[in-house]
Design a protein around this ligand. Structure first.
Ligand SMILES: NC(=O)c1ccc[n+]([C@@H]2O[C@H](COP(=O)([O-])OP(=O)(O)OC[C@H]3O[C@@H](n4cnc5c(N)ncnc54)[C@H](OP(=O)(O)O)[C@@H]3O)[C@@H](O)[C@H]2O)c1
Length: 228
């Protein structure tokens, strides 16, 4: 199993869960994940041409791509360069890693791939233009690859979280004391997500129990995307 972005947030929680279940883990990212026994490949999604992925194994039963961004700003203040950077981190990083891992995934004859979108791809939210553009592309990538790779028994799905309590959301100031109660209340189920909420769905999608699920975008969002 290869997890990109296992040093923090959802990817880290997933790596801990899979480790407990006895999975052999490979991780990719700028930092070595703490508390995870894995073969770690130093890898920067924004420098796709410069990374050495020769340490990937011959066979991979799964790949999860967790690097992502929450850059919220009025459209007028977002620069084209910022759109480009969000696209590179969320989309092109995944493309590069998937291309490198493809022979090993095909070798497995039964692999699962999970990418991360956001509730803000399906729903229109102000200030979300850049992340929405990038994550909508992630959904397109997931569905297109699911079709192309089905003959190899590779399943590709995307998980679309709403606001989840991770370093990414905290560093963006979205869970500050003065915003937390409102953030909880916005969700029909009365709270923002936990990394465990999202990692649990991801682990399920990777497992054989999800062996007939592919090409789906699954909202794990406290009811945010479908309920009023
Ligand atoms: N948290 C939310 O509210 C929320 C909501 C909707 C969607 N999502 C999506 O869910 C996914 C996981 O988010 P999270 O909240 O768990 O984020 P996080 O806590 O910031 O973790 C992101 C991980 O990605 C890695 N990463 C970041 N930039 C990288 C780069 N340039 N190259 C390689 N690795 C990089 C980081 O590792 P290193 O720093 O070690 O490289 C880190 O392990 C993301 O795709 C995010 O967009 C999150």
């Amino acid at each position: 199993m290869l997890i990109a972005g296992a040093s923090s947030g959802i990817g880290h929680t997933l790596a801990l869960q899979l480790q407990k279940e006895g999975a052999t883990l490979f991780t990719a990212g700028r930092r070595q994940p703490e508390g995870i026994q894995s073969t770690h490949l130093v890898w920067d999604a924004l420098r796709t041409g410069e990374n050495d992925l020769s340490g990937l194994p011959d066979t991979l039963h799964g790949l999860v791509y967790a690097p992502g961004s929450i850059r919220l700003a009025p459209f007028g203040k977002l620069t084209v360069e910022q759109f480009r950077e969000d696209f590179e981190l969320n989309v092109l990083g995944a493309v590069a890693l998937l291309k490198a891992a493809m022979p090993a995934l095909i070798q497995s004859r039964s692999a699962g791939v999970v990418l991360f979108s956001t509730v803000a791809a399906k729903m229109g939210f102000g200030l979300h233009a850049s992340v929405s553009v990038a994550k909508s592309a992630v959904e397109g990538l997931a569905k297109s690859l699911a079709a192309e790779l089905a003959p190899y028994r590779i399943r590709v799905n995307a998980v679309a979280p709403s606001l989840t309590d991770t370093p990414l959301a905290r560093n963006a100031g979205l869970l500050d004391d003065n915003r937390r109660a409102a953030a909880d209340k916005r969700h029909p189920l009365g709270r923002v997500g936990t990394p465990e909420d999202i990692a649990g769905m991801t682990a399920f999608l990777l497992s054989e129990e999800a062996g007939w699920i592919t090409g789906q975008v699954i909202g794990v969002d406290g009811g945010m995307s479908n309920l009023k």
